[in-house]
Design a protein around this ligand. Structure first.
Ligand code: SF4
Length: 308
């Protein structure tokens, strides 16, 4: 994926205005092939540019401490909208929008959505598709609602850990359609609301229900909570990424009161090999919910929000 010209113009304008000396540049995995090109163009404007090569989780993953250690005075974060306030080093968020067109998926699958009142949500990359899809749905007799999360910058925007845009309008709609790539965000919405949630899937060209995944998630959650009851050694995963950092004092206390041995396992980038060899029966994840979905730890992992 390349960075469009108008995003370069924003970077250029900010650099000329702020005159930073050393920029820390952070880009999503999908842009790693063009990150050197972006860094080169930044360098041509005057400042030094360091590429932050660690994987970028999302909007909450701003490398503030590394930037300080590296002597950077400005962070350029590509791919997400502003999500958290940064304290010491200014951050320029460069949002990337996809030009993927969901119209065909929606138009050819309208029969899948018999409901009249529809809530529309999207990931930041696909927010631009909302007006067109809203128009198509309305032309076909649907009433479309778009909510807003208090923590999000835009109406309709959802994150894997924030479905506030859907929750805000749940009582007005019969179902939700999520415009996203992959089921992670649609399932994130489904976990938070009681109404049916569909994904407009560009890969399959279909509108897909998340009911099966939600049911499976619920079954697994119940099993994991049973495991937690019997567990003797409980690990709590804590990420030192500021946007994911959680205070675990209360959780530790609660678990200890239940007779558990509790081990707080702190790291910046959470990955299974870092805790290999430790004696643990279950893990409680306090960081990004994606960790529980994407990584295999050898013991069950339950997200903190799912147990309290
Ligand atoms: S915690 Fe995970 S889902 Fe939430 S913003 Fe961060 S990366 Fe995205």
């Amino acid at each position: 994926m390349n960075l469009p010209g108008k995003e370069y113009d924003i970077i250029k304008k900010e650099i000329l205005k702020r005159k930073p000396k050393k920029i820390l540049l952070q880009a999503p995995e999908g842009m790693k092939t063009s990150v050197q090109n972006i860094a080169g163009r930044i360098r041509a404007l005057g400042p030094k540019c360091i590429i932050w090569a660690d994987p970028c989780f999302g909007a909450c993953d701003i490398p503030e401490n590394p930037a300080k250690m590296l002597g950077s005075d400005f962070i350029v974060h590509i791919g997400h909208a502003q999500f958290m306030d940064t304290k010491e080093i200014p951050v320029l968020y460069i949002e990337c929008r996809s030009d993927a067109d969901f119209s065909k998926v929606i138009e050819s699958n309208l029969s899948v959505i018999p409901n009249k009142k529809i809530g529309l949500v999207a990931t930041i990359q696909h927010l631009g598709a909302i007006p067109k899809i809203k128009g198509i749905l309305e032309k076909n007799g649907k009433e479309v609602f778009i909510g807003k999360s208090k923590r999000m910058k835009y109406k309709g925007q959802v994150l894997g850990c924030d479905a506030g845009a859907a929750e805000a309008i749940e009582d007005k709609v019969n179902c939700f359609i999520t415009l996203a790539s992959g089921k992670f965000h649609a399932l994130g919405v489904a976990k938070k609301v009681q109404k049916p949630v569909f994904l407009a899937n560009l890969d399959t060209g279909k509108i897909e229900s998340t009911d099966k995944e939600k049911l499976l998630f619920e079954k697994k959650r119940i099993l994991k909570l049973e495991k937690l009851k019997d567990a003797k050694n409980v690990g709590i995963l804590v990420s030192t990424k500021r946007g994911q950092l959680s205070n675990t004092d209360d959780l530790e206390k609660k678990l200890e009161q239940k007779g558990k041995k509790v081990w707080v396992l702190a790291m910046d980038y959470i990955s299974p090999e870092k805790i290999l060899g430790m004696k643990l029966d279950i893990l409680i994840n306090t960081a990004c919910p994606r960790i529980e979905e994407d990584l295999i730890f050898g013991v069950p992992v339950v997200n903190k929000g799912e147990i309290i």
